[in-house]
Design a protein around this ligand. Structure first.
Ligand SMILES: [Zn+2]
Length: 103
């Protein structure tokens, strides 16, 4: 028979503990649980590792790629055929607008 507690800490509790966002009494209970539950202690370590990986690797890499992507025009817009099509469409709309005004 295992001596592990029946109710483990939720992901929300672990995340909140990681961020220092638990009220003092809940933090005390969570830390008491962690002291006797290797499974939750391991999950907390994984949470901390994931959070560190995200903030140090994923976030900077992704933000940089998003900035680059936002500064480039959309690929479909840079095709010559699309540009001609838009120019023709603008001309047709202008002609229709003029026709509607002067008829
Ligand atoms: Zn647990």
């Amino acid at each position: 028979m295992s001596s592990e507690p029946q109710h483990h800490l939720s992901a929300l509790t672990l995340d909140s503990l990681q961020m220092g966002a638990l009220p003092p009494e809940e933090e005390r209970q969570a830390r008491a649980h962690l002291a006797q539950c290797p499974a939750c202690a391991e999950r907390l370590t994984e949470t901390a590792s994931s959070a560190e990986h995200f903030s140090k690797v994923v976030q900077p890499r992704t933000l940089e790629q998003l900035r680059e992507r936002m500064q480039r025009p959309a690929p479909w817009l840079s095709r010559p055929g699309v540009r001609w099509g838009l120019a023709v469409l603008a001309g047709v709309l202008a002609a229709l607008g003029g026709w509607a005004v002067f008829r």
